[in-house]
Design a binder for this molecule. Structure first.
Ligand SMILES: [Zn+2]
Length: 291
């Protein structure tokens, strides 16, 4: 009886050990992305791998690996930070058009992911966090960036709209770009007050199809998207209590990130109050000084 028990335990141990070895060898030889065990296990493995191996090493390797497609030290890498409704989406888009840059909007990537897996565990969890105004963990943000970076064409650079937010994101970007010898990494902070952020959120409308945002301050009474005629909605994360929470998170999590980037000489503060063209000209002036 005792002997049989020992044999069963030994067999279970050997099976577990073999599984761990097989998965490890697979990751080492073929890379993590080739694992197709399903979303949750894949994410858990991703999370474990960044916890057990040096966090920066993995992030830097992945970002650099994907940025190699741009293959230039003169590539522009622009970040846009600021409180909710500071106008960073509008300005990032204008800049991307003028300088032929790819735009990566972390917020839109998260929303697209939620739409794709709205019934899945992670989709639901992220959707709930966005609605509550809670910042999504950097590990997930990086994961979305990697996937997006792989799909980009060769352009003159990238605009990260709404990023970096967490300190670790800014540190990873700063470290990689410096190592690449790139000195074209600029992050803009579109500065508005807490009251202005709340005021603007009340007037904001969103197209769920093309992600375009409108302000009723400029388009009074607008109900449908001008581009695709989709009915506009008020996003849950534009509700006053959520905006309040986002402002609190901003002061706790994003302000230290801005201080880090300011110390490194990367952050440029721009007044976010005024006509769109005027703000864009101020941003453009900084770009021209740096290229
Ligand atoms: Zn639209």
């Amino acid at each position: 009886m005792k002997r049989n028990k020992r044999i069963v335990l030994l067999v279970i141990f050997i099976l577990l050990f073999a599984t761990v070895v097989a998965v490890s060898v697979h990751i080492l030889l073929l890379g993590f992305d080739t694992i197709k065990f399903g979303g949750i296990l894949r994410f858990l493995l991703f999370y474990c791998s960044i916890r057990s191996i040096d966090f920066f090493q993995i992030i830097s390797y992945n970002i650099f690996n994907n940025l190699l497609i741009f293959n230039s030290m003169n590539t522009l890498y622009i970040g846009f930070m600021g409180k909710g409704n500071c106008g960073k989406g509008t300005q990032a888009k204008l800049l991307a058009e003028k300088y032929n840059l790819q735009m990566i909007s972390t917020g839109n990537l998260l929303r697209e992911w939620v739409l794709k897996s709205s019934d899945g565990f992670w989709g639901k969890r992220i959707n709930a966090d966005i609605d509550k105004g809670i910042l999504i963990p950097s590990a997930i943000v990086f994961h979305l960036w990697f996937s997006k970076l792989l799909t980009l064409d060769d352009k003159q650079g990238i605009v990260f709209e709404g990023s970096p937010r967490m300190l670790i994101e800014a540190q990873a970007m700063e470290e990689v770009f410096k190592w690449m010898g790139n000195n074209k990494f600029i992050v803009f902070n579109l500065d508005i007050s807490d009251v202005e952020s709340l005021k603007r959120s009340n007037l904001r409308r969103y197209c769920p199809k093309c992600h375009k945002t409108y302000s009723l301050a400029f388009d009074p009474g607008l109900t449908h998207c001008k581009d695709d005629n989709t009915e506009l909605i008020i996003r849950d994360d534009d509700k006053p209590e959520v905006i309040q929470k986002r402002i609190q998170e901003f002061n706790e999590d994003v302000v230290p990130t801005m201080n880090f980037l300011r110390e490194k000489g990367v952050l440029k503060d721009i007044n976010g109050i005024g006509p769109v063209e005027e703000i864009f000209n101020n941003i453009d002036k900084v770009i021209k000084e740096n290229i």
